[in-house]
Design a protein around this ligand. Structure first.
Ligand code: FAD
Ligand code: NA7
Length: 497
């Protein structure tokens, strides 16, 4: 358009999506800047470059990993050594243990934050640790933490601001409650903890805290894991209940009172009041109350309304298949998108493809369907494609065949663990040669299993393709190659090992 801009591209948000897009655009020879700024949580927690995933999201929640002792991915992959895990298991739940763990995690994160800065510098992306707001559709104003303001212009913008946890509108919520943003930098052992909400964040945090020896209660308003296959969600809930996590449901919190202040090295004590659906009152005392009742997109008060970017009523950005908003030079990726999966690899993938479309004549669009995902609960859950309810709603019950089976992992047989917790399910579309349109598994390493089958599902594998795949014995994944019981036909899905 003949204008002289400071940059070809300004990316707002230096998280999973923003970093991927900016590095890719810079590699393609463009002049790029990233603006990333973390507004402190209500209790003052803040963090460095890299966004939700590396600082307060995926990277720590994976600590729920399979054995449910302290088999942290970070600890293992960080190659600290097995001794650390043993020490930690021994110290489980003690203040020393928690502090050791948090020091280690924060140390690891610190090195990642630094690594991202180095990568940006190497790629010649300008990084500004400042909060950006639109002035007009080619101009932003950004303010750093000292209050210094700069104005910059660009031909293109990519919005990648992510989300932040929501608090309920009840007395004491922000004063006394915390969220997943604070959990992993607590300077004290959380002690008896109430998780409010039944999102994956709530169940993952609850599972992790239980694994390190905390007394955990989950308060659920209605169902578990809204949006996920409900049979699988209930299996996760049953397992967590059986393994010592209390569920209070259906109930919502109404008020939190402080009984004792938090002090250095010690959590506080709070009285939580709630109301069950039938109107009965609930109350109990907790050292820590964690809200995981959903996340709001960071799209408010940054001038998007001024430039006319179209948003849903909840503030999610509406985009076309090419991740373009209604304002032609403004694009959006990641968690802020309306109706798209909120996952790190999705944000990264779409950031890279978008940069290639903008600066390399790329034509590939992000495939937002058939994205594999995993809920890292104590009984891990992996899935890809449709839930059973969604498949029935979309195609009709008579068009769907559901194959299923329990399975009993070899290592569980020896340990005499339950033989009916792990479960595999394939949802197939009858009119399309039983194409697999839904893949669901709960059990150890469910994420690994799901990722492995993900390519087959993306390529349109049918039930026959699964049957013609020779299994690996004795693995859990092998179950998917031998499924022969349908829900419609009935028949036993029990397993003898
Ligand atoms: P983010 O990574 O959130 O980055 C956005 C950045 O923009 C932030 O740094 C923010 O501070 C900054 N910002 C916002 N507004 C402005 C502004 N105006 N100016 C400057 N900077 C701004 N995903 C998985 O794939 N696997 C998991 O196991 C997983 N576990 C999770 C566990 C938890 C507890 C949570 C909360 C999330 C988890 N996620 C997981 C989701 C994953 O973290 C997100 O999908 C991913 O981080 C989204 O990337 P993004 O680029 O959209 O935004
Ligand atoms: P979700 O999936 O929107 O879940 C929010 C959870 O919190 C859900 O269980 C809600 O119950 C519950 N909730 C919401 N408001 C309240 C209040 N006021 N009190 C108690 N409980 C409440 O949140 P996320 O942001 O974590 O997940 C976003 C996406 O990631 C989601 O689309 C998934 O597919 C993956 P409800 O079921 O509404 O009764």
């Amino acid at each position: 358009d003949g204008e002289n801009y400071d940059y070809d591209l300004i990316v707002i948000g230096g998280g999973s999506g923003g970093l991927a897009a900016s590095k890719e655009a810079a590699s393609l020879g463009r002049k790029v800047a990233v603006f990333d700024f973390v507004q402190p949580s209500p209790t003052g927690t803040t963090w460095g470059l890299g966004g939700t995933c590396v600082n307060v999201g995926c990277i720590m929640i994976e600590t729920n990993a399979p054995s449910c002792i302290i088999s942290s991915y970070i600890v293992i992959w960080g190659a600290i050594n097995i001794v650390f895990i043993k020490i930690f298991t021994y110290l489980q739940g003690s203040i020393v243990g928690i502090k050791l763990r948090i020091c280690f995690i924060q140390d690891h994160i610190g090195s990642l934050n630094w690594g991202y800065r180095v990568q940006l510098r190497e790629k010649k992306v300008d990084y500004h640790n400042a909060y950006a707001q639109f002035v007009d559709k080619h101009t932003i104003k950004a303010v750093n933490k000292k209050g210094k303001e700069i104005i910059k212009t660009a031909r293109h913008f990519i919005l990648a601001m992510g989300e932040r946890p929501r608090y309920p509108d009840i007395p004491g919520a922000k004063e006394f409650g915390i969220t997943s943003d604070d959990l992993f930098s607590l300077p004290y052992c959380p002690g008896k903890t109430l998780m409010v909400g039944a999102s994956y964040v709530s169940l993952e945090c609850g599972g992790f805290l239980k694994a390190i020896g905390m007394d955990v209660t989950v308060m659920v308003r209605s169902i578990l894991l809204r949006g996920f296959d409900q049979q699988m969600a209930d299996k996760i809930g049953d397992y967590m209940g059986l393994h010592g996590i209390d569920f209070v449901r259906p109930c919502v919190p109404t008020k939190i009172e402080k009984l004792q202040d938090r002090q250095d090295g010690k959590p506080g004590l709070y009285k939580v009041y709630g109301k069950y659906n039938d109107g009965t009152e609930y109350s109990d005392e907790f050292n820590t109350v964690i809200f995981a009742i959903g996340r709001d997109p960071c799209t408010q008060n940054i001038g998007l309304d001024k430039v006319g970017v179209q948003m849903s009523k909840n503030g999610f950005v509406i985009s076309n298949d090419a991740d373009q908003t209604n304002i032609s030079n403004i694009y959006a990726i990641g968690d802020i998108l309306e109706g798209k999966p909120e996952l790190t690899p999705v944000a990264i993938h779409s950031g890279r493809l978008l940069a290639r479309r903008l600066y390399e004549n790329g034509t590939l669009l992000t495939d937002y369907i058939n994205v594999c995902t995993t809920v890292f609960t104590p009984l891990e859950y992996g899935c890809c494609g449709y839930s059973e309810e969604d498949a029935i709603q979309k195609f009709g019950e008579d068009k769907i065949e559901v194959y299923h089976s329990n399975f009993w992992p070899l290592e569980w047989t020896v340990a005499k663990r339950e033989n009916d917790a792990c479960y595999a399910k394939l949802i197939c579309l009858i009119p399309e040669k039983e194409k697999v349109i839904g893949f669901h598994v709960v059990g150890p390493n469910a994420g690994e299993i799901t990722q492995g089958f993900g390519t087959a599902i993306k390529l349109g594998a049918t039930k026959t393709d699964f049957d013609n795949t020779i299994g690996i014995h004795p693995t859990c994944a092998e179950t998917f190659t031998t499924l022969d019981v349908t829900k419609r036909g009935g028949g036993s899905i029990d397993t003898a090992g």
